[in-house]
Ligand binder design. Structure first.
Ligand SMILES: NC(=O)C[C@H](N)C(=O)O
Length: 365
């Protein structure tokens, strides 16, 4: 088999009794022993999208083209790296769910972080709609220096000037680049490299949709060579989680606030199974007065409520009591961190500490 460790199970925690997933390899490139090795998880999205019309960029079907065709559309990839591919899913990214991201995180740890690993980096091809969620989840849960690069496209594979092939070539080039190590998970689209914690989809249609407005890109490309603007670093206050023993992620729902926000949706969400709730507040975590009793009742019932900002920018500073403040995490990223906190058995005050303590300490210093 091309990369020996692909046959081994996740060994992150030797005391684990939880069955770990094994990679289902669906594509293997010819092996050139002088090249590095990349693993690609293909999940679908527009990068794997197809339409009868080459001008259609809105009504196409996402997630139809398979991993082999994606790689074969860019023969240059095989000058850069050997490829082992796995078709993890083939769907629009709105259907990528907790089960799939948890499986990918476990596989990634097993493949990239095993002691005997000969895999240099991981690329995940993904629809852009929820790409930032998968990328941030991998950033929090893949616990070694090897790069995870999440890539998508805004134009389907059949479109004039489809962006997928160039994005995929750039993504694999970053994944095997020594300069990409120890930077966590990254997002590559449109000739830009963004760190997963800070990068978000900012426009429904345009090629330059992925941006880290406050923090900026960490790199770009010159004739397909990645160039990083700064030496390797990690986001300030990043929290890491070991997913080895997690078997499922709890339901956490996101509500947004607005004038007349009627927080009766909070008990409705709890009744429907939510174990935690994120509110995308107006501004720095503000919500309506009528929401307050609902928030307090949920907290009293042991349901963590995290206040984030629907502006998707800036921070909700630590409050120390009442609802938990998200800090710099936007609503969907707060949701993922809350899911991991609950799944690893943290209680209310530990969760508050997870979200608030590092920023509080920084502000008080
Ligand atoms: N550009 C895209 O990939 C959008 C697509 N609807 C998806 O997220 O799967």
């Amino acid at each position: 088999a091309p990369y020996a460790q692909l046959q081994t199970r996740n060994t992150t925690s030797s005391s684990s009794t939880v069955e770990q997933p094994v990679l289902n390899v669906t594509y293997t490139s010819p092996v050139n022993s002088s090249l590095p090795n990349v693993v690609i998880f293909a999940t679908g999205g527009t990068i794997a999208g197809s339409s009868a019309s080459n001008t259609d960029t809105t009504k196409y079907t996402a997630g139809v083209v398979g991993i082999e065709a994606l790689v074969q559309a860019v023969p240059n990839i095989l000058n850069v790296t050997n490829v082992v591919g796995s078709q993890v899913a083939n769907t629009g990214s709105v259907n990528i769910n907790s089960t799939i991201i948890l499986r990918m995180a476990k596989l990634a740890n097993g493949i990239l972080c095993a002691e005997n690993s000969t895999t240099d980096g991981l690329v995940i091809t993904h629809g852009t709609d929820t790409l930032e969620e998968t990328a941030f989840f991998m950033d929090m849960t893949v616990n070694c220096k090897s790069p995870v690069v999440v890539v998508g496209a805004m134009r389907p594979s059949t479109a004039i000037s489809a962006d997928g092939p160039a994005n995929l070539l750039e993504a694999v080039t970053v994944a095997v680049s020594p300069a990409a190590r120890n930077r966590g998970a990254m997002i590559v689209l449109n000739d830009r490299i963004g760190q997963a914690t800070y990068t978000s989809k900012t426009n429904a249609n345009s090629l330059d949709t992925f941006q880290a407005i406050e923090q900026g890109y960490i790199g770009g490309f010159l004739s397909n060579k990645p160039f990083f603007y700064y030496p390797a670093s990690q986001p300030t206050f990043k929290n890491k989680f070991d997913v080895t023993n997690i078997t499922e992620l709890p339901q956490v729902d996101v509500l947004i606030s607005y004038q007349n926000f009627d927080a009766a949706l909070i008990p409705a969400a709890v009744k429907a199974g939510a174990k935690g709730i994120v509110i995308g507040g107006t501004g720095a975590g503000s919500t309506t007065d009528v929401a307050q009793p609902y928030i307090e009742a949920a907290l009293a019932a042991g349901i963590p409520i995290v206040l984030s900002s629907k502006t998707n920018g800036g921070a909700v500073p630590p409050s120390g009591s009442g609802a938990i403040s998200s800090g710099f995490l936007n609503p969907v990223k707060s949701r993922l961190q809350l899911q991991l906190a609950l799944a690893t058995g943290m209680g209310m005050e530990e969760i508050r500490g997870l979200f608030e303590d590092k920023l509080a300490g920084y502000l008080e210093a």
